[in-house]
Every structure is written in structure tokens, then in C-alpha cells.
Design a protein around this ligand. Sequence first.
Ligand code: DQA
Length: 140
Amino acid sequence: MKMLIINGPNLNLLGRREPGIYGNNTMESCLSALRERYPDVEVEYFQSNSEGDIITRLHDAGFGGEYRGIVLNAGAYTHTSLAIADAIAAIETPVIEVHISNVHAREAVRHKSLISPVCRGVIAGFGLASYRLGVEALMD
Ligand code: DQA
């Protein structure tokens, strides 16, 4: 079973970026733990700071049944990008929206997600475990 994790802008800095909010762990350690825990799940990873690259990756993974699902942390594009929301609506592969922080406990601008209505479900606030929970949701 193959799954794709996509991280959006600034998430390449995990481990160094605002550790009080996002923690000290890197995405690499999160991915290693996930692959160790679920050896039968092929976890692919893609990160980009560019909206268009994220959309293209969604298109490429979105048809043909290659992936069981996509776990997407769109970062700040969550709150701004109608284009990413349209891409999620356009593809067939289910997308789970995830956030490391509890966006609803933060500034009001982070309470609104343009992508939630077109995602299969939303997971927020569990630190890097949010990615694992997203993968587990797709396994079920
Ligand atoms: C985030 C929350 C967003 O509001 C923020 O812009 C991010 C990360 C999270 O994972 O908590 O970049 O998606």
C-alpha cells in the first residue's frame, strides 16, 4: 500500500522552526518512525514551498489508484489557497488535511481552512504524530 505525504511552505524547517509551536523533531525522524512502524506501507514524501509545485504533485498522485491516499499539510496555503482546494476537489485520491499545531487555538486567521471542505478529514494539534494519524486514517 502506497501513501504520499505532502508538506507545504516552511515545513522544510521542522526541528528549527518555532520549536515552541512545532517541536524539535525533524520530518526525517517522523518519516523513519512511520516507516519502521508500518513496514508494509510505502510512504513517499514531497515538500515544496511553491503553491504550483504542490498542485502539480497532487495532480500526478491524484488518478490511477497508485496511492491509497494523500496526507497533506499545506502550511499557510491552507488558509489562502483556493487553487490547492480546487486541485484536491479535482483529483480522485482521498486527501487528509493535517496540522502539527492546533490551528483553532491560534490566531483567528488560522481558524479558516479553504481546503477542509474538499478533504476526507482533518487532523490537527498532535505534533508530528498528526502525520501518523493521517496515515492510519487512510489505512482504515
Ligand atoms: C501548520 C499551521 C499553519 O497555520 C501554518 O501556516 C503552518 C503549519 C501546522 O502544521 O500547524 O505552516 O499547517
